[in-house]
Design a protein around this ligand. Structure first.
Ligand code: SAM
Length: 340
């Protein structure tokens, strides 16, 4: 648990962590893992939302409203109080507990327990007990605590589907999980910029707007445009078994593909130019991971953790002395057949 100094820092950060995910973004992703997909991961499972104010969170609302359709066993949602001296509460919905006796299990069958000893911090002992009980964790955790959050999920060997920032891929502690196929990217959002609902105290800027009641923007409510949003998961889904067929379908030739000055690999700036018949190492932008099928490609590493430090230029691979952008090094396992 943080000390007082850290707590003050965290309180400041937390104010910037209040981004509420839109229901449509949750639904689009969840449809790749629920009863509407080939993979029904949620049947008979306990789902835990551990970074959610249940009154605000569309994660809670989605799972509560779809409790029966998903075949859930239990939904647990802890509320987080930024003031660590305040006590928090937990909401649960359980199979067979039809509180209002209407024959359905949904958000009208919530049991509220206000007896938490802590403020609902996901790292608190009682939240860790809920975590142990859970099969799948699903939420949008605070970006500022992403490293700690993911480490805890891995430590407790949990299945999860969470929102994060695409830049997290390059974190020293996180990239090995991607490389070892312990975590992968989800099926939607794909690093796009998304609107999240934010509290009104958020400073107005070029990235904020007030909803006008059109589309899914509630009238009078503030939204913030967040860059490079992705889903991270360890739940299997159809997309990661689909071969990526580069749009430009190019064969390898020495003239079109330059080698790095400081590493034995070819550079590809646009994933749609990945040659369909090259079996050496290829440096690609991190956006490649949205197309990654581990049966088709192998991940060798991220340039900065793979190539010896002393040969990197500005921490990067280089061509004609000029550093490239961040590159993931990959190797093809099988040829791409057009029309596969
Ligand atoms: C990015 S917001 C997402 C909220 C909600 N999951 C959603 O998607 O709408 C992250 C949430 O985590 C909460 N939070 C911050 N620090 C936390 C902590 N240590 N433990 C649990 N929740 C925390 C914040 O209050 C915030 O509501």
């Amino acid at each position: 648990m943080p000390n007082t100094r850290e707590a003050l820092g965290n309180a400041h950060q937390n104010r910037q962590d209040e981004f509420y995910t839109q229901r449509s973004d949750i639904e689009k992703e969840l449809n790749n893992y629920n009863h509407l997909s080939k993979h029904n991961h949620f049947k008979d499972k306990v789902v835990f939302c551990n970074c959610d104010d249940p009154t605000e969170s569309n994660f809670f609302k989605y799972f509560a409203d779809n409790f029966t359709a998903l075949g859930l066993k239990k939904l647990i949602c802890t509320h987080y109080e930024p003031d660590e001296n305040k006590k928090s509460y937990v909401l649960t919905i359980s199979r067979g507990r039809d509180i209002n006796k209407d024959g359905k299990i949904n958000r009208h069958d919530v049991v509220k327990n206000e007896m938490l000893f802590s403020n609902g911090d996901f790292r608190s002992p009682e939240c860790i007990e809920f975590l142990k009980e859970a099969d799948i964790v699903c939420t949008n955790p605070p970006f500022s605590l992403f490293r700690e959050y993911i480490a805890q999920l891995m430590k407790h060997n949990k299945k999860f589907l969470i929102i994060g920032n695409q830049n997290a891929i390059t974190y020293k502690e996180f990239f090995p999980l991607i490389k070892e196929n312990k975590v992968w990217l989800g099926c939607t959002m794909n690093g796009s910029n998304r609107w999240f609902r934010v509290p009104n105290y958020f400073k107005d800027s070029a990235s904020t707007k007030i909803g006008d009641g059109n589309d899914s923007f509630e009238k009078g409510v503030k939204y913030c445009f967040v860059k490079a949003v992705v889903w991270f998961t360890n739940l299997d889904c159809q997309k990661r078994h689909e071969d990526f067929i580069p749009r430009n379908y190019k064969n390898y030739n020495e003239n079109d593909y330059q080698k790095y000055d400081n590493y034995d690999a070819i550079n590809v700036d646009n994933v749609n130019n990945i040659p369909v018949d090259y079996y050496g190492i290829i440096g690609v932008p991190i956006t490649f991971l949205h197309k990654y099928n581990p049966e088709q490609f192998e991940i060798i590493g991220l340039e900065r953790y793979t190539a010896p430090k002393d040969i990197l230029i500005g921490g990067r691979l280089a061509i004609n002395g000029k550093p490239t952008y961040a590159r993931i090094l990959i190797r093809r396992k099988k040829e791409t057949k057009n029309g596969n």
